[in-house]
Write a protein that binds this ligand. Sequence first.
Ligand SMILES: C[S@@+](CC[C@H](N)C(=O)[O-])C[C@H]1O[C@@H](n2cnc3c(N)ncnc32)[C@H](O)[C@@H]1O
Length: 268
Amino acid sequence: METRVIAKKKFGQNFLKDSTVLSKIIQSMPNNNNHIVEIGPGLGDLTEKLVKYKDTTAYEVDTDLIGVLKSKFAIEIENKRFELIHTDVLKAWDEKGSLHEESYDLIANLPYYIATNIILRAFEDSNCENIIVMIQREVAQKFTAQVNDKEYSSLSIITQIVSKEARILIDVPPESFDPPPKVTSSVLFISKKDNVTLDKDFLKFLKVSFSQPRKKLFKNLTAIYKKEFLSNIYSELNIEETLRPHEVDVSLYSQLYTKVKNGKQQRE
Ligand SMILES: C[S@@+](CC[C@H](N)C(=O)[O-])C[C@H]1O[C@@H](n2cnc3c(N)ncnc32)[C@H](O)[C@@H]1O
């Protein structure tokens, strides 16, 4: 059944129409018994493939799409292979803490306006084990960048802490979508480590570290720590004050953070 739906910009609606890309997403699904959670099923093109393989729960915010999805997946909803939840997924996370009560993999073509936020929430959701999501290429590169890459950022560091593996599977041109987005997209694959919790203060420390990415890390950190205190820590760790934020690897950020945390009383 062909359904005419006008895509809504405010919900980041760019429907994926490229069957090669849809197949690639399905092929990269991990071989496990996990439930699938999809965020933003849209018109259900990806959902249709997902429910063929595994039980799926989907969160959709747009009321106009709920009717379309309910009729398209009437049988799957009836036999409980598919559960459709009509809500803003960020609210669902706030209310329930997790998007599913057991282990799940998140597979989605995400709404770009909240994509980074969604991935960070998925990092914190201990039931989420794997993430396969379409996002803007530029953002995907930030998640997967390595030290010294120009895209290396606090997102790269957080990803290295929480994941066993993080990589871009495929780049996807705007023409693969209807309507086409303005930018190139990528399918990002992240396999999470078990039981990693992110220290909120460490995240704040990273935010300050990258507050001015082109400046020296030392300079950025002086926004919250005294110069002399920092100089001592830099000497103890035997590192140069000229280092830029993107030149410091995860292990060194952890060491720096441990030192500043232990010397907390010296904060201005
Ligand atoms: C990029 S489209 C993807 C649609 C479909 N999965 C596809 O691949 O064609 C993003 C979808 O996320 C939905 N969405 C946007 N914001 C949302 C939110 N806060 N919570 C749940 N779904 C949301 C949109 O309505 C839309 O269906």
